[in-house]
Write a protein that binds this ligand. Structure first.
Ligand code: FCB
Length: 448
């Protein structure tokens, strides 16, 4: 690697998710999702924005794929809207909804772009929510039924599948903070949902083994947690937070065990799992997808809710428009940590990117230098991990397009391509041009 390039066959991609870009959420017989419902509830999203149009990708997908091709992007991670395909969550298949994803993957194939499909990126069918959602123990069975429909329809054209995107966020934002759909704040429910999500993941993997021929994995967001001081209190707080964030899902799914901190962490809300449950959720998977954005520095917070830790701002660091610390070394650290704790399982960086207050120059050019720097430093950090033997197979920038950033609506822009939400015009930013060079040189353009 003296020439600074990445291993042969390294997959260079871009990522999006259904509710964030598609628009037309009820088109062609689709059922509503919890995000459709949530965004249309007053005061949940910045300025009451919603995904009714978003990037209008449901209608413009051909143009978006042509743009990816022009940029040299080789792989595309997208997610499937469960309620487009199964409007009632289970049972009846909506052929028109399924057809959208068939056309999408056909178009990708025609442009020589490899698809990675995520089955669940937070847009649960509202019909499932009406039956208790992820808190209902039957949710795993329903998810496997939906997974089976998708595997039958697309596995001949989709080489890489992800079960869940970031179960931690589903639990924390959906059931603890209430900032995401379905907007609840209940630790007991959070504990139940955490378990049911793991069961759903495993049930989808089992469905995949029965019928699928390619690869399936789990996508988690990982955050290096460093203690704010050398005190035992802060170190223990960092440890609890690490268990909550980083090990809550990976330990059961990959090692068939619970982090020892769970009972202490969740307190009264916690209930132990049976050995049978642990065996059930630890289905072998083909890869782990890692979404990496930031680091957290933790201090003890005895009066706070679980995990009784609070984040300490680092005055010397740069923070993004999300107020997330820019910390590229953490990517090397987390990749090496996963490889050593979970065996040298194949890894993908399934998301990495940055929201900035992009400034458009008069001629419409967007010189997002800080995004270029962010991508450059994080890709170098990834390359460093590969140099130590980590089996990293690909990188997907978040995101291809500026899009609907959940409760922040359209106010946070992560795209390497600018979207004018009035006109739907797409304009590649400097970061997109930079990424084109990186891909063309298989990383050589990053420099030493
Ligand atoms: C991740 C989500 C993705 C996007 C980025 C910024 O947590 O998976 O949808 O919101 O953060």
């Amino acid at each position: 690697m003296a020439d600074h390039t990445f291993p042969d066959g390294f997959l260079w991609g871009a990522a999006t998710s259904a509710y964030q870009i598609e628009g037309s959420p009820l088109a062609d017989g689709a059922g509503p999702s919890i995000w459709h419902r949530f965004a249309h509830t007053a005061a949940k999203v910045f300025e009451n924005q919603h995904g009714d149009v978003a990037c209008d990708h449901y209608r413009r997908y051909r143009d978006d794929i042509a743009l990816m091709r022009e940029l040299g992007i080789r792989a595309y991670r997208f997610s499937i809207s469960w309620s487009r395909v199964l409007p009632d969550g289970t049972g009846r298949v909506n052929a028109a909804g399924l057809d959208f994803y068939k056309r999408l993957v056909d178009e990708l194939a025609a442009n020589d772009i490899r698809p990675m499909a995520t089955l669940y990126h937070w847009d649960l069918p509202q019909a499932i929510e009406d039956r208790g959602g992820w808190a209902n123990p039957d949710s795993a069975k329903w998810f496997a039924e939906y997974a089976d429909v998708m595997i039958r329809a697309l596995d001949d054209r989709v080489p890489l599948w992800c079960t869940l995107n970031e179960p931690w966020v589903v639990v924390h934002e959906g059931y603890v903070m209430g900032g995401h759909a379905p907007g609840r704040r209940d630790w007991r429910e959070a504990v139940a949902v955490s378990k049911n999500l793991l069961k759903a993941h495993a049930a989808a993997v089992e469905a995949y083994r029965a019928r699928g021929k390619n690869k399936i994995g789990l996508v988690v967001n990982l955050v290096p947690i460093h203690a704010a001081s050398e005190s035992d209190e802060d170190k223990q707080a960092a440890n609890r937070w690490d268990a909550y964030f980083n090990r809550q899902f990976l330990d059961p799914a990959l090692l068939g065990k619970q982090p020892s901190e769970m009972a202490d962490l969740y307190g009264e809300a916690w209930s132990d799992w049976t050995a049978e449950e642990l065996a059930q959720v630890s289905q072998p998977i083909d890869f782990v997808g890692i979404n990496y954005y930031l680091r957290l520095v933790a201090a003890d917070d005895p009066s706070g809710g679980p995990p009784r830790a609070k984040a300490v701002r680092q005055p010397q660091s740069e923070y993004t428009a999300m107020d997330w610390e820019v910390y590229p070394a953490g990517l090397t650290e987390i990749l090496k940590w996963v490889a050593s704790r979970y065996g040298n399982v194949p890894l993908y960086i399934t998301e990495n990117g940055v929201a900035l207050d992009d400034v458009v120059a008069p001629k419409g050019v967007l010189d997002d230098t800080r995004r270029v720097q962010y991508m450059n430093s994080h890709l170098k950090a990834a390359r460093e991990a590969i140099g130590t033997g980590v089996d990293l197979r690909g990188y997907f920038v978040w995101s291809l397009l500026d899009n609907f950033e959940w409760q922040s609506g359209f106010s946070k822009r992560f795209g390497i391509v600018r979207v004018d939400f009035e006109t739907q015009q797409r304009v590649p930013k400097a970061s997109a041009r930079f990424y084109t060079d990186v891909i063309r040189t298989n990383g050589g353009a990053l420099g030493g």
